[in-house]
Each structure stands twice: as C-alpha cells, then as structure tokens.
Design a protein around this ligand. Sequence first.
Ligand code: SAM
Length: 205
Amino acid sequence: MHQEDHALDLVLENNREKDLPEIDVSRTQGEFLRLLVQMTKAKRILEIGTLGGYSTICMAKGLSEGGKIITLEANSAHASCANENIVNAGFAECISVQLGAALETLPKLEQQNESFDFFFIDADKPNNPYYLEWALKLAEPGAVIIADNVVRDGELINRHSTDPRIHGIRTFIDMLAQEERIDSTAIQTVGEKGYDGFVIGRVRD
Ligand code: SAM
C-alpha cells in the first residue's frame, strides 16, 4: 500500500535508543495523517503531543510549500529526541517543537495571534476536553481536528470506567456531539497498535 520509508525507520530507531515509549502512531496511521494533510492542503498545523516526532514528520511529508507545524511536548527528553529526528529527516525549517505543558503553551499561541487549519490531538487524554476548547479557539474556518486513541480496545463504551483517560475521551466525544461549531465522526482502526480509533472533525465555515 505504501513504500518503506527509511527516514521514518530512523526516527523509531532513535526513539528506541533514547528509551522513548513506543506509543507513536503506526506507519499506516502516519500515512493516513500525511494523506489528510495533503488532501486538505493544510498549511498551519498544531500538534499536541510530539513524543519523538514520528507523527509530526508524517504530517510534514504531506505539507504543501510554505506550510508549518507547531508541536507541543511537555517532556524535555521527548522534545530533544524529536528535535534530533526532525533535523535528521530534513524538516527543521517547517517544524517547531515547543516545550511545556500544552495548557500553558496554548494561551501563548493565542497571545501571538496564531491560528491553524489542522490539529492533531495526541497527548494526555484526561485533558482532551480542554484541548478541544483550545482547538476551537485557534481554528480557522474549515479547520480539521483529529484526535487519536478514542476507542482503546472498546473500553470507551464502558461508562463505569474509572480510568481518567477514558473519562477524558468520553467527555471529549460528548462535547463534540453537542458542539455546533464542528461536524465530526469517529473511525475505528485495527493494526499493529491494536484496536483503537481517530476522531475526525471539520470546523464549520
Ligand atoms: N503524536 C506522537 C506520535 O504519534 O509520534 C505520540 C504522542 S504520545 C502518544 C503523547 C505525548 O504527549 C508524550 O510524548 C507525552 O510526553 C506528551 N504529553 C503528555 N502530557 C502532555 C501535556 N500536558 N502537554 C504536552 N505534551 C504532553
């Protein structure tokens, strides 16, 4: 379906050397993100949750000329590994890794009058409801919002779950269902990373 990608293999190799957890998107999911970026002709992407930059680099591969990605990461070891990977993959010009807890960085982006046409939310799931609020604040009309890990082996339908990640994702999905500013749905995925899914939404014009 898609070709081997040496640059992406090197990212995973460096992540392993630096002991990063293997919680990046899969190769197939990364290709899905790249295609979405390409199909929507996104130019200003905000990612929440960088890890080693695997998904960031996948999205950068779909960016059109002059496109930019800002990616937010709370863990300094992850951010530093991501910066190495981004330089090695040749995307230093178009990707900026911003270190800090996203809920502290996001207000700074607002103060700087930043706006985005594509969002990928993939950090600490209990904060997903806040990330949705921030995405809506920073979104341009027609912006695409993607969030990962919204199925979690089907655990999402367990309304009695005490897992704060499940609680965060359930609240996030309830908010989307009631939110008039966005059209959204969920796609279930299965593969090397197990049974999970993405939310995909489009901010209304
Ligand atoms: N998107 C990455 C990929 O597919 O290659 C994977 C991201 S990983 C699932 C989640 C990342 O979010 C971790 O690196 C973690 O340190 C970071 N993170 C967790 N809480 C955060 C927060 N409050 N603000 C910013 N980043 C956070």
